[in-house]
Design a protein around this ligand. Structure first.
Ligand SMILES: [Zn+2]
Length: 142
């Protein structure tokens, strides 16, 4: 177990629930080129959860990550206040963390947003924040 990971069972039930939603969102991934399923779940301040998955395109650069899919769904539904985001993908022994573009995208809506990196089998969860993942960020929120 990674030194800064937490035991899934030790998390409160609400956090466990959004982590499960992030893991489940992987099943909708459209990833015929990478075959790498990524799921995300975005927890809004009002308790609403928006899920997302990666959506690839034959023109690779057009592909969108699971985290940005979830945020775009939330913003386009009128919700711009978030407390946490879950990212889940199966990458063996290592956690999958948001890419640089997604870190910037998440930071747009708050540097204190908790980020949970979850292995799909729920054996390990790593909790961090977008401030930690994107130090000295380009933001209007610093
Ligand atoms: Zn990304």
């Amino acid at each position: 177990m990674a030194s800064n990971s937490v035991d899934f069972a030790s998390l409160d039930l609400a956090t466990q629930d959004i982590i499960r939603q992030g893991v489940s969102a992987r099943e909708f991934a459209y990833c015929p080129y990478s075959n790498f399923q990524v799921g995300a779940a975005l927890l809004c301040s009002d308790g609403t959860v928006f899920t997302g998955c990666n959506v690839e395109n034959v023109s690779y650069g057009m592909s969108i990550c699971a985290e940005r899919t979830a945020i775009v769904k939330a913003v386009s539904s009128g919700n711009r206040s978030y407390t946490a985001i879950v990212v889940s993908a199966d990458n063996g022994d290592t956690f999958v963390s948001p890419c640089g573009a997604c870190r910037q995208f998440i930071a747009e809506f708050g540097l204190e947003i908790d980020v949970y990196l979850a292995k799909p089998d729920l054996s390990e969860v790593l909790k961090t924040s977008i401030r930690d993942l994107l130090p000295l960020s380009f933001s209007s929120l610093n």
